[in-house]
Ligand binder design. Structure first.
Ligand code: PMV
Length: 301
């Protein structure tokens, strides 16, 4: 009696941090996935295969049980290709895949809204106030616009691939969000200008995506990075990774997610990607990722 499911990680193409203050963000799933196998047990409640209970996957599955009005002991085995704590949505993907596998095992169906709600419950234990970007992308996949007020709206656009460079520096999203809040309180007028500029970048970014204009997309990434520098969430490692991408021929690059460490994304010609990877991979881990992949789905256990 077991079931399996997987869910994708994410990148924020444009608009992190400003999204917390009301601007939209442009977000995409990536083809690095996390998978969960959920198996019935005799007793012991819900836990990971190493016995731990205090994590988003377990909390998400407990929420599924509550909503189904069911009680069961379940063991969750997880496996993920998404690096942790570097802004690629690894914990949300684990929560979504675990909820989906549990739901499939117990009810024989997937209910995306319940998976989203359960993953959000799971995420609460690590992000005190998750914006919902990670869980929306893990559940629904694709590329789209996310705003706090209206949630995630998937768009019918595609961008084949981008590069993700992992600086390997872990950081806490909450600390970075507080740093930006500090800036906004100290310099409200300047922050308002940055927020407006972030909104314009999203509009232009959507245009660039629709017309598959990689050069413009890269230029917009670099413009977005400038705003993130001003509010204080870049770091020496991020700047080093960005400079390496640009030197190696990328059209533009920016941090993705909370900053302070974590990952950089870069837009480049697909023909040049291997060359860029070979120049960076001695220093940082680099992934060539496909964007806009399918959300949570059932897998063969
Ligand atoms: O740490 P991440 O990659 O999940 O990114 C957080 C994105 C922020 O805009 C900084 C915070 C948020 O909740 O949207």
């Amino acid at each position: 009696m077991r079931a399996a499911a997987s869910a994708p990680g994410k990148v924020i193409l444009f608009g992190e941090h400003f999204v917390v203050h009301g601007a939209p963000a442009l977000v995409a799933s990536i083809d690095l996935r996390a998978a969960a196998i959920v198996e019935r047990a005799e007793s012991g409640g819900v836990r990971l295969s190493d016995g731990s209970k205090d994590n988003p996957a377990v909390k998400a599955v407990e929420h599924v049980l509550r909503r189904l009005g069911a009680s069961a002991s379940l063991i969750i085995e997880i496996e993920s290709r998404i690096p942790q704590s570097v802004g690629l949505g690894s914990s949300a993907a684990l929560a979504a895949s675990s909820s989906a596998a549990a739901l499939h095992l117990l009810a024989g169906r997937l209910d995306l809204n319940l998976i989203l709600e359960s993953s959000h419950e799971g995420e609460k234990i690590i992000h005190y106030m998750p914006s919902g970007i990670d869980t929306s992308i893990a559940t629904f996949g694709g590329i789209g616009v996310y705003a706090r007020s209206s949630g995630y709206k998937k768009l019918d656009i595609a961008l084949e691939e981008i590069l993700v460079v992992n600086t390997g520096m872990r950081r806490r999203t909450g600390d970075m969000v507080l740093r930006v809040r500090g800036f906004a309180e100290r310099e409200p007028e300047r922050f308002k200008q940055l927020l407006d500029e972030a909104g314009r970048i999203i509009e232009e970014g959507l245009d660039a995506l629709r017309s598959r204009d990689l050069e413009r997309l890269g230029m917009l990434m670099s413009r977005n990075q400038e705003l993130l520098r001003v509010v204080g969430v870049s770091s020496p490692e991020l700047e080093e990774a960005i400079a390496m991408c640009l030197d190696a021929g990328a059209y533009g690059a920016k941090l993705t997610g909370a900053g302070g460490g974590g990952c950089v994304i870069a837009a480049a010609d697909p023909d040049k990607m291997d060359e860029i990877i070979s120049r960076i991979s001695g220093r940082f881990e680099v992934f060539r990722v496909r964007l806009g992949v399918e959300g949570v789905r059932v897998e063969r256990p």
